[in-house]
Design a protein around this ligand. Structure first.
Ligand SMILES: O=C(O)CCC(=O)C(=O)O
Length: 287
């Protein structure tokens, strides 16, 4: 008996690779989260750019707590079973009128994970076709599709990103969410999103959830065990941050990112290429 999702939602997830519009977080909680985001941006605008970008769950205690949200984990348990790691929480914020967009991609294209992780896209503000909400290609989650690596993609500069080739736009579906609603989708589902043509910010928080028994095709991932037990040791354990973006947690996050076989910010490194993180000492916060 599923804990949170209905049998038909589970069937849809298996068939199409996603289930959308699952109301899990109170809109008032979304307002609180937005206030925290905007308070950090006001206080430390330069740090907000990198701190929210990847593994924010290693930097902020309140982001960790959001990743461990009980109702969300109940739904994830229905999809992945009872032993769950949070392997990455990111913020995706599109300013009014901004051109930030995400070309078609499968998050699990470069490093396969079996069983595949599930991504929870939580709408902190409403998410609509006009403000650059999520678009998915239903049923595209069954295999890794051909892709190419792009450096300095239009929508995301200073990145190496994997972009799926030959996606038929007419196969895509626009998803609309109210604040507090979640789209769960397979890490293999082809998805993307367009620019924000509205006058409001679009704020989404995406979390990757991985079953503790899952295996990666390359290297070893790491994560925070947010539910159940880890009897497998496939995923390296990550600590829970104390406080909000302290120097200690910044260093810890960089150490974690440095252990990846592919650098998650930049993709594969060329021979001799070294990693530079935007949180290097010049940016380091004071304790
Ligand atoms: O925020 C979005 O619209 C999509 C983000 C995304 O696909 C990603 O960060 O990989």
């Amino acid at each position: 008996m599923p804990k949170r999702l209905t049998e038909s939602q589970l069937d849809q997830f298996n068939e199409l690779g996603f289930v959308s519009g699952v109301g899990l977080v109170e809109p008032s909680e979304c307002s609180n989260i937005r206030e925290r985001i905007e308070a950090f941006e006001a206080k430390r605008p330069e740090d907000a750019v990198w701190a929210f970008d990847i593994k924010a769950n290693l930097l902020f205690d309140w982001v960790y707590q959001l990743g461990a949200h009980e109702a969300t984990l109940d739904a994830v348990e229905d999809l992945l079973g009872p032993n769950i790691f949070n392997t990455n929480t990111v913020f995706r914020i599109k300013e009014p009128g901004s051109g930030t967009n995400y070309g078609w991609h499968q998050d699990a294209a470069r490093i396969e994970v079996a069983p595949c992780f599930v991504i929870a896209y939580l709408a902190i503000t409403a998410s609509t076709p006009e403000n650059g909400g999520l678009r998915v290609v239903p049923g595209s989650h069954r295999s890794t599709l051909p892709f190419k690596i792009i450096v300095n993609d239009d929508g995301q500069t200073q990145r190496k990103v994997a972009r799926t080739l030959q996606v038929e736009e007419s196969d895509a579906l626009d998803l609309t969410l109210e604040p507090g609603e979640v789209t769960f989708f397979s890490g293999l589902l082809v998805h993307g999103s367009r620019a924000n043509r509205s006058r409001q910010r679009r704020i989404a928080i995406l979390t990757d959830y991985t079953a503790a028994h899952a295996r990666q095709s390359k290297g070893q991932g790491s994560g925070q065990l947010v539910r159940g037990v880890d009897a497998w040791g496939h995923i390296a354990p990550e600590p829970v941050p104390v406080g909000s973006c302290t120097a200690a947690s910044v260093v810890l996050r960089r150490d974690v990112l440095n252990t990846y076989p592919e650098n998650p910010l930049m993709g594969s490194l060329a021979p001799g290429e070294t990693v530079r993180f935007p949180d290097e000492p010049a940016f380091m916060p004071q304790t």
